[in-house]
Design a protein around this ligand. Structure first.
Ligand code: PLP
Length: 459
């Protein structure tokens, strides 16, 4: 008999979870103005809001916390991290930042001006926010296959080279400061980008003299998918693939709260000394001195260790296997979701679960609220609320997909928790025809509204 899969770790510390009744949850979500971000975590049973900063650190990472050197300048923990970034990613220059969006802020402060175009594959919301805040435009060049949630394509995060080159041909070079490849592509469902595509995008950009950067939050998960799905890499180690990925780009912004498995932190890495000098100025202005960048020494030390652990094959197999397991259970219940499952999350297709709800009443948000009411499971809307308004016309933008993201924290929940979540969605799907009304906005912020939006039931 072939032995079943089992996690390559055991649990040393446990954190109790509180269950609640449906009546309590009805009250709490109403008080939260139907915005799941407003819920205190005690009111949540299984929290799949995000996999960002929610992972469980290893005993080795916790020991690194104790070894952290809190010197203002030249901390030993900084040099530990510098060594890992140099060896693992091959990047000669880097600054730590307090998280990924801070790295974006530094990079874009140095590179982007008003009126610029920044092509990429479905830019992440903070990336887009930082681009639009500078009155520049994020141009989505993802392959068309990404929008078909039923299509089983191994690399739905890929960039359409034709779309990309059209942009290069039709615009002056000084309007396109950089191209961003997001690995894996969060917005599209944690879908990976193939090594071949990374190489081709890099070569095309090079021929037009345009720098390429990774939005690297989930680079290790992307490397795992390359190993599993791209024949030429089946016998490569994750570290070899990671290095080859980074060899194709000029730099990267990193949210270490993802694949570096820390609770806070990020960095910006690059090859060009002149760019690094510019970034350094902004780093000191916005984050802190260059050897700590808004973090404690212990955070840098835990991050160095986390980068190594995040690239461990056994860990990645368990991690991505758990995401696939949740997908398998949902399939058994007939719940439609984006296939194949991505690296960090399952994205439920809310348009198919709740087809009777008009898009103006926020289908994905409606499903996320139903899921909370059903079992105290917190997920997040990736739909019209997140897509926000057009910065010029102020009209609502309705994206092609209305998704509910079930993001799975790293090394935190067991497969029994996944079974619970799947059953909640199974129940909702079984009664989906009875859910016919969604929500209306009562209050929203001018940019990145989904975090603070307030809603009421549509009548
Ligand atoms: C999380 C994330 C970011 C932003 O990082 P923060 O640490 O949350 O600021 C940027 N891009 C991608 C792809 C991400 O997943």
């Amino acid at each position: 008999m072939e032995l079943p899969f089992a996690e390559p770790y055991k649990i040393k510390a446990v954190e109790p979870l509180r269950r609640s009744t449906r009546e309590e949850r009805e009250q709490w979500i109403k008080e939260a103005k139907y915005n799941l971000f407003n819920l205190p975590s005690e009111q949540v049973f299984i929290d799949l809001l995000t996999d960002s900063g929610t992972g469980a650190m290893s005993d080795q990472q916790w020991s690194e916390m104790m070894l952290g050197d809190e010197s203002y300048a030249g901390s030993a923990s900084y040099f530990k991290l510098k060594k890992v970034i140099g060896e693992l990613l091959g990047m000669p220059y880097f600054v730590p930042t307090h998280q990924g969006r801070a790295a974006e802020n530094l990079l874009f402060s140095a590179m982007i001006k008003a009126g610029d175009l920044v092509p990429g594959n479905a830019h992440f919301d903070t990336t887009k926010g930082h681009i639009e805040f500078r009155r520049a435009t994020a141009v989505d060049c993802t392959i068309a296959e990404a929008a078909d949630t039923n299509l089983d394509h191994p690399f739905k995060g890929n960039i359409d080279l034709h779309k990309l080159e059209e942009g290069f041909k039709n615009n002056p070079k000084d309007k396109i400061p950089l191209c961003i490849i997001t690995v894996t592509c969060n917005t599209l469902g944690g879908q990976p980008v193939s090594m071949q595509n990374i190489r081709e995008v890099s070569a095309l950009c090079k021929s037009y003299g345009i720098p390429v950067f990774f939005d690297a939050a989930r680079f290790a998960e992307n490397a795992y998918f390359i190993r599993e799905r791209e024949a030429a890499y089946a016998s490569h180690s994750i570290k070899e693939i990671v290095r080859e990925m980074y060899d194709q780009v000029d730099g990267a912004t990193m949210s270490s709260k993802k694949d570096a498995i820390v609770n806070i932190g990020g960095f910006l890495a690059c090859r060009d000394k002149e760019l690094f000098d510019k970034i350094s100025m902004y780093c000191i202005l916005y984050e802190g001195y260059l050897t700590y960048g808004g973090l404690a020494g212990r955070d840098l030390a835990a991050m160095a260790r986390g980068l190594e652990e995040g690239c461990d094959y056994d860990y990645l197999e368990a991690r991505i296997g758990q995401v696939a397991y949740l997908g398998k259970l949902l399939k058994e219940y007939g719940v439609p979701f984006q296939e194949p499952t991505g690296g960090h999350a399952v994205f439920v297709d809310a348009k198919k679960v709740l087809p009777h709800i008009p898009k103006e009443e926020y289908q994905a948000q409606t499903l996320a609220i139903e899921l909370y009411l059903e079992g105290g499971v917190r997920a997040v809307e990736i739909g019209a609320l997140l897509a926000d308004r057009d910065p010029e016309t102020r009209e609502n933008r309705y994206p092609a997909l209305e998704l509910v993201r079930l993001a799975i924290p790293r090394r935190v929940y067991t497969n029994n928790h996944m079974a619970f979540v799947a059953a909640c969605l199974g129940n909702i799907y079984a009664r989906h025809e009875k859910i016919t009304r969604g929500f209306r906005i009562t209050k929203e912020a001018p940019i990145m509204r989904h975090f603070t939006v307030e809603l009421e039931r549509a009548t």
